[in-house]
Ligand binder design. Sequence first.
Ligand code: NAD
Length: 486
Amino acid sequence: MTFLGDSLWDAKIYSSGWKAGRGGTSAAVEPATGDTLASYGVASREDVLDASRAAAAAQKEWAARKPEERAAVLRRAGALWEEHAAELDEWIVRESGGIPAKAGLETHTAANECHEAAALPGLPAGEVLTTNEDRWSFARRRPAGVVSVISPFNFPLILGIRAVAPALALGNAVLLKPDPRTTVCAGVSIMRVFEEAGLPAGLLSLLPGGADVGAALVEAPEVRVIAFTGSTAAGRKIGESAARLLKRAHLELGGNSAMIVLPGADLAKAASAAAFGSFMHQGQICMATGRHLVHEDLYEDYVAALADKARNLPMGDPKSGTVAIGPIIDEGQLQRIDGLVQSAVSAGARLAAGGSVRDGLFYHPTVLADLDDGHDAWSQEIFGPVAPVRSFSTLDEAVKMANDSSYGLSVSILGDVGEAMKLADRLESGKVHINEQTVSDEANSPFGGVKDSGNGGRIGGAAANMEAFTEVQWLTMRPEIAPYPF
Ligand code: NAD
C-alpha cells in the first residue's frame, strides 16, 4: 500500500476522520494530459461548521499539552515528508503540472517548515515587563485558537504547510482548504502526514471546495485567524468579511515583480536569471519576474539572449522528467495569458519569442519588448510564462519604474552591488534580492509584500509566525490583594 493509499480518502473529506463530504465529490485532473487522477470529497458549509466546532474543542486540550509533545508531532511530520517524498512528488508533478525539481523543492520545503515549526513550542512565550506598580508584569503569547488556512494552486504544498505547521506547533487547531485544482497534493498529502504523525483528532480538518467553502472557513464563529494566500481580488473579499467579523486576516497576495538589470551586468548570467524568474513553473508564481527593466546599453542584447533561451526551453508533460516547461493549470488561465499577450502585440509591443499556444494547455515561453506602461501585460500580474522587457537610462528612472506598480512583493537587482545597495533603499517591496532573480522563499525567513501584495503581515521565521498565530495576554501578579482608595 502507498502512503496516500487512495482507498482511505477516495471521495472523502477529513473532519475527525475520513468521511463523505456533503458538498459531493470532485475530480483531480492532470493538466498535462486531461486525465482524471482521483476523486476527492467536497465540503459543505455545514461540514465547515462541524469541523470548526470540533477544532475549538480539540484545541484547548492541544494547547495544554507539553511543548515537547507538540514539537514531537511536528518532527515526525517533517520526517514523513522526507520518507515519502518520491510518492508525494509524483502527485505534485501530475496534479499541479510542475517539473520534478519543483515538486522536490516543495516536499523538501514542507519538511523544513515542519522542522522549523518544531522549534516554536520551545521558544520563550513572551516577555517580563518593567512596571511602576508593586507587582510582576508579563506579556505572554497564547494560541490564537482556530486558524483557517486557504491556499492557491501554484506552489500548493509550500503555501499550505507554511501556515499549517507553525499554527499547529503554537497550539492552534487548523481548518485547511486547498485550491480545488490541487486538493490531493496540497490537501490530502498534508492531512495524511499529520494523521500518521499522531496529531490528535479534530485538530486538523481537510475541507476541500471552491470560494464558497473558503468563505465558510472565514465566517465559522470559532475561527480567529485566517491565513490566506491567493489573488488580490479574493484577498480583498476575505479581508472585508474578516474585518466585519473582527477577525485577523493574514493576506499574502499577488505580485508583478521587477528585475532591474544595471549597466555592466554579465549578460549571459542575467539572461539565465531572467529566464528562471519569468518561466519557472510556467510563470505561475506570485514572485515571478513580471517586469524586466534593463539599462539601455544592454537592452537589445538582453532581449535577444532571453528570446533565445525562451525558444530553446524544452516543453511537455513534466512527468517525462526531461522538460523545463509544463502545462498551464487550466484553460481559463491559458486564455487569460494569451489575451494579455495578444492585446500587448496589437497595441505595438514587439514579440521577440513565443506568443502562442502549442497544444492542450502548453503555452510557448514568451518575450515581449518595447512595451509601455499603458499595456496591461506590463501593469497586470500575468501569471504565465511571459517576460515583458523595457529599457531605462538612469537609475532614478529605474527606481521610478520599479515602484510604479500597485504591487510590492519582490524586486531583483542584477549587477554592481554598490549601486544595487543604494537602489534597495529606495524600493517599495517586501523582498529585495541582489544578484538573484525574484523567486525565493525559505522556511526561516519573513515572507510577504507591501501595497496590493498583502496587508502587512509576514509568514516564515519564528518572529513572524509567533505574530501571525498567537495572541498576547498581559498578566500581572501581586503577592497580596492590592489596596484601593474605595
Ligand atoms: P485565487 O485567489 O483565485 O484562489 C486562491 C484560494 O482562495 C483557492 O483555494 C480558492 O478556492 C480560494 N478562494 C477564492 N476566492 C475566495 C473567496 N472569495 N473566499 C474564500 N476563498 C476564496 O488565486 P489563484 O488565481 O488560484 O492563485 C494565484 C494568485 O495567488 C496570484 O495572484 C498569485 O500572485 C497569488 N499568490 C500569492 C502568493 C504569496 O505568497 N503572496 C503565493 C502564491 C500565489
